[in-house]
Design a protein around this ligand. Sequence first.
Ligand code: AMP
Length: 403
Amino acid sequence: MQIEDIDLTGKRVLVRVDFNVPLSDDYKILDDTRIARALPTLEYLKSNNASIILMSHLGRPQKKLKDDGSVNKVKFTLRHIVDHLSTVLNTEVFFTESPFGEDALKKSLELKGGQVLLLENTRFHLQEAKGDLEFASRLAALGDVYINDAFGTAHRAHASTTTIAQFFPIHRKAFGFLLRSEIENADRLMLSPKRPLTAIIGGAKVSDKIQLLNRLIEKVDNILIGGGMAYTFIKAQGGSIGKSLCEDEFLELSKEILIKAKANNVTIYLPADSVVNSDFKDTEGKVVNSDSIAENDMALDIGPEAIDSFRKVILKSACILWNGPLGVFEFKHYSKGTFSTAESVALATKNGAYSLIGGGDSVSAINQSNLTDAVSHISTGGGAMLEYLEGKSLPGIQAILEN
Ligand code: AMP
């Protein structure tokens, strides 16, 4: 069922959003992207006169218990975002100390059309992450309709993201606009891309990206590999990589990927040169060939030749997927590979290519370069987008589609 097909007027609409925003030490919102991206759904519900009940998690309170073993309700309360939410929605936001129970139920029933109630952090309760049925049924009691707009947690089979959906018949549950657009954008790239389709894959570890690479070599024309993971591939080809990141247990798999890619006519580009340092620190490095790195050096970024050859491939692409930084971009001296690639992707997009930035650090690089509006789609879900692109079925998505 699509959200537009559900009669929402006067209904209590329970929405799972992802308001897990970064907060400063004094609990100010550092980046409100996740709230901003949920607004189209919330505005739509408001304009349809629905009573809006919002559920979210904030942080990992069960993993960061206080010394006495209890949940830190001061640090992880969603109360921190009430004022901001109220400002951006231009309406009072009511709050309830528990995401279930008498007070929550009473407030949900008293809510008038267009009003908003925010429930306390669902992860204060261990049952959330366990996908507990009883807990999910208590949450479900607060709504007549269930909307899931939390793409960032769609890969988790939690009570508020997945289990809860079984308490709503198919005609009373749907994706919100954000979650739907995440699926549509990922499908556009993986199911019906314009060609050439190029994937830029970086990040620290090959092990995190093996499944993605295996899927990509069945779909794409080019793969540009950078970041720490590139050096396992370079070693697998016989290169000397010094102290660069390497996962020796993945050397064979890396070789297999290179062979499979060739068989599928997929061109894999590894960085021809790298910027190296003798230590993992933010001091000036030197440029060397990536396959002849001295024993005492480690590669912390791709080099100028690699940046240039990657740019040429990116500019010839009609569709681009980018996941993971190409170097230690948190260090000023090793951020050039990542930021130059952000510029190349933006330029290709300006020239007509479609670009999807697949979450996590590559999103942060695009935002830091002020190129947020210069790419086609920025995903709000790092892990969720990765799993979706790997071809996995995400429990939060499946639960909406099943009766
Ligand atoms: P991931 O979480 O796997 O996407 O990896 C992101 C992290 O990889 C970032 O914190 C980068 O600093 C790190 N990274 C990227 N390139 C390298 C490199 N050549 N050596 C060490 N770490 C790297």
